[in-house]
Each structure stands twice: as structure tokens, then as C-alpha cells.
Design a protein around this ligand. Structure first.
Ligand code: AMP
Length: 198
């Protein structure tokens, strides 16, 4: 499905670098990639040529879309940069990588991934909660990979370690099309400051 107009022109996708995951997760990455290209949305990602990161970049490029990679020099050798990207930015540090990913993108999605993916998702989410940016943050709960994390976030909110607004700030869906549609319609809520009162 193509939308008439998308607010998101560049989407940052955080996802796993592991080559050993179930192919069912690759299928979801491909579905998201095709949806992005058919709606004129470019990919911004970590720039690797392994795991789900390779799958989404390959699929975007093969469908005629644009894929921009951002890698710190220390990872260019370790993870192997994708050789066919529209653009590859080589930066000085992991911090610079995330800062540039945030700057170049209109929204962020975490596909299934490991520690790197979680770290990237939570940093960008923390920046949304602090109103450092007002861009939509989503989790693609493919095959319910993130269900235990979502349950934990609900628990943390019930225990008042996370404000209720996290529910509207972090958009969580199992279907890529529904997730992208919700992200397109996202308007950043006003985040309350802790006041000392409940
Ligand atoms: P993973 O989800 O662990 O497979 O990692 C996905 C991507 O995140 C890989 O490109 C990792 O190198 C990257 N990564 C891991 N830690 C960080 C970090 N602190 N900042 C930026 N990228 C990271």
C-alpha cells in the first residue's frame, strides 16, 4: 500500500547483526523494506553487511530505494561495511554514529536485534522522553520477539519508574504496515516532568 504523503522520508532501522537468527525475522525485515521503498522512504542504518542489517539494506537497494549506512571506523573492519550503499558515512565513535543516525532520520524502528539494537533503541527513546527530539520511535514486535520487553516496560510503568506517556511515545506493533502508519500519524506528546507528587 502507498500512502498519499508520508511525514517520514528517512527511517532509521536498528536491527541485529547476528547471522545465526531464524529466517522468519529476515522475512519481516524484507516486508518492512518493500513497504519503505513503495512509499518513498529511504533507509538509514548502521551500515553493516551481516545479519538482519544486511537483509534490510539489500532488500531496500534491490527494490530501487536508498540506503545510507553510518559506521564508526573501528567497526568497518569488524562488522564489514556493506559495499553497495547509496552513501556510507564513516564516523569517529559509536556516539557519533548514533548522533548522525538521529540527525539524518525522521523516525526510528527497532527490528529484532541484540544488545546493540537495544542500546540504540533505548538511547533514542530516552532522547524522546527528554524532548531532545520529537520523532516517532517504534518497535516492530515481529513474531512477538519483543513481548517480554514490552511486558517489562508495562511493569516498569505500573511501578512508576516510567511515566505513562511512554505508551504513546514508544509505538509497538507486530505488523510493519500498521507500525509505519501509526508512526506517520505520530505527534509528540508533552512529557510531564516528575513533580514529587503522583
Ligand atoms: P546487535 O543488535 O548487538 O547485533 O547490534 C546491532 C548494531 O548495533 C551493530 O552494528 C553493533 O555494532 C551496533 N552497536 C552495538 N553497540 C553500539 C553502540 N553503543 N552504539 C552504536 N551502535 C552500537
Amino acid at each position: 500500500m502507498a500512502w498519499v504523503e508520508t511525514m517520514i522520508k528517512k527511517l532509521c532501522v536498528f536491527c541485529g547483526s547476528s547471522p545465526y537468527t531464524d529466517p522468519k525475522y529476515h522475512a519481516t525485515a524484507e516486508e518492512l523494506a518493500k513497504l519503505m521503498v513503495s512509499n518513498g522512504i529511504g533507509l538509514v542504518y548502521g551500515g553493516s553487511n551481516i545479519g538482519t542489517m544486511k537483509v534490510i539494506a539489500d532488500c531496500v537497494l534491490n527494490a530501487g530505494g536508498e540506503a545510507v549506512g553510518i559506521m564508526p571506523q573501528i567497526l568497518v573492519d569488524k562488522e564489514i561495511a556493506h559495499p553497495r550503499l547509496t552513501e556510507l558515512h564513516i564516523v569517529d565513535s559509536m556516539h557519533a554514529r548514533k548522533a548522525l543516525m538521529a540527525e539524518l532520520s525522521d523516525g526510528f524502528i527497532a527490528l529484532p536485534g541484540g544488545i546493540g539494537t537495544l542500546e540504540e533503541l533505548f538511547e533514542i527513546l530516552a532522547w524522546a522522553l527528554l524532548e531532545i527530539h520529537k520523532k516517532p520511535c517504534g518497535v516492530l514486535n515481529a513474531h512477538q520477539y519483543y513481548q517480554k520487553l514490552i511486558d517489562f516496560l508495562n511493569h516498569a510503568a505500573a511501578e512508576h519508574f516510567i511515566k505513562e506517556e511512554h505508551h504513546s511515545i514508544l509505538i509497538m506493533e507486530e505488523d510493519p504496515e500498521i507500525l509505519l502508519e501509526r508512526m506517520n500519524g505520530y505527534r509528540a506528546p508533552k512529557v510531564r516532568k516528575w513533580t514529587g507528587k503522583k
